[in-house]
Design a protein around this ligand. Structure first.
Ligand SMILES: Nc1ncnc2c1ncn2[C@@H]1O[C@H](COP(=O)(O)OP(=O)(O)OP(=O)(O)O)[C@@H](O)[C@H]1O
Ligand SMILES: [Mg+2]
Length: 359
């Protein structure tokens, strides 16, 4: 065995990297690998890399070939096995298609394996596009909201004056006008809300935020709903507006609970709050060395397919009586913290991820 080389520099890479021996034993796995597998580094490093593949024959052959010096490097596509950890009912295995590159290193007995997520590229492009779209829509709604807001006061006042002149049996009509004006007024106020309040910046601990949200939601749903926590307690505090972040996370958790109605009645509804550290992340167009990820995962029916691409736009709702502003507000708050909110959803598993840069 060679003197143990330092591999820490690999932690700054966005692609997954593992250093293995010829028999597949994993000597090192970088941070990106650890994140993608959703496992601690110790768990990854004690294992055999071959075990992490759905079909490991190609990898075994290639590693042998590289070890024998038949070739110095080789590439192929494969599928990583992931999600063996149990997180409660409904969370299943989730495989990850990757492009694999196996190469020799300067040490005879060590082999470098790089894994590039096939979806990584697409996802980044999608995120950038959605970021721009959200900015444009926000601008539009804000202007529109202002335009609607201005005449509302006049309409309400006129209806009140009319009411004084009308026979009592016609009052019902002015009441409808006043009631609807008030409804519009509060809608418009909510549309404008995130831009009106100045941020109150202080030190924020993400787990305090999670715990507040957790207790609020458990008061609202005392029976049939489990709210699990899976925290990485090593996450540092960061500067932000605590109350706004609580609001942002609460909106997400509330949506999850609303989507879980049936399961809550059956008693096996489950929401998991998970925090993780992420390295070298791109948010919008900016790159950050360190960030935190807060996942809100539920085992509900998933977001209706018709609105899946548009849930962060204002007034998009799949819910009876929903105003479609909750996620818009959460996204705005995340962005005001230089972060972002995105989502993956399928039947049985919906995962909202809030990424916030860390100092
Ligand atoms: N965890 C989830 N599971 C299934 N569907 C979801 C989930 N989260 C959000 N959705 C869907 O996304 C829609 C938009 O959510 P959003 O919070 O923006 O608006 P809303 O909940 O309808 O109304 P509001 O939050 O303003 O009262 C929801 O109506 C729902 O259809
Ligand atoms: Mg909502």
């Amino acid at each position: 065995m060679n003197p143990s080389p330092k591999f820490d520099a690999f932690d700054t890479l966005a692609t997954m990297v593992a250093i293995i021996q010829h028999d597949g034993e994993c000597l090192f796995a970088n941070a990106a690998f650890e994140n993608a597998m959703r496992l601690s580094r110790r768990a990854v490093q004690r294992s055999h890399l071959f075990d992490w593949f759905v079909d490991d024959s190609r990898l075994r052959d290639t590693v042998q070939g590289v070890a024998r010096n038949a070739y110095s490097s080789s590439r192929f596509d494969a599928v990583l096995r992931r999600g063996s950890r149990s997180n409660g009912p409904g969370f299943g295995a989730e495989d990850l298609p990757v492009h694999v590159i196996v190469s020799q290193t300067e040490f005879d007995d060590l082999i470098l394996v790089e894994l590039i997520e096939n979806a990584q590229q697409n996802r980044q492009e999608r995120e950038e596009r959605s970021f721009d779209q959200v900015q444009a829509t926000k601008e539009l709604t804000r202007n529109l909201a202002h335009e609607i807001k201005n005449p509302l006061g006049g309409i309400r006042g006129a209806a009140q004056l009319l009411a004084m002149e009308l026979q009592p049996e016609l009052l019902e009509y002015t009441q409808v006008i006043i009631h609807e004006v008030d409804r519009l007024q509060s809608l418009v106020d909510r549309l404008l809300a995130p831009h009106r309040h100045a941020q109150v910046v202080g030190d924020v601990n993400i787990h305090e935020v999670c715990e507040r949200v957790r207790s609020l939601i458990l008061v609202e749903y005392p029976r049939g709903l489990k709210v699990l926590r899976d925290y990485d307690t090593s996450l540092p505090d960061f500067r932000g507006d605590r109350e706004q972040l609580i609001q942002a996370v609460l909106n997400i958790v509330q949506n999850a609970a609303q989507a879980l109605q049936t399961r809550i009645q059956e008693g096996d509804a489950c929401i998991c709050l998970r925090t993780r550290v992420a390295r070298q992340v791109t948010i919008g167009k900016q790159r950050w060395r360190l960030a935190l990820e807060l996942h809100v995962e539920d085992n509900g029916p998933g977001i209706p397919a018709e609105i899946r691409d548009r849930i962060f736009f204002p007034l998009v709702s799949g819910r009876e009586g929903g105003s479609g502003l909750g996620l818009t507000l959460s996204q705005t708050i995340a962005q005001q913290h230089q972060g972002m909110l995105d989502c993956e959803s399928e039947a049985g598993r919906t995962d909202f991820r809030m990424t916030l840069p860390l100092p």
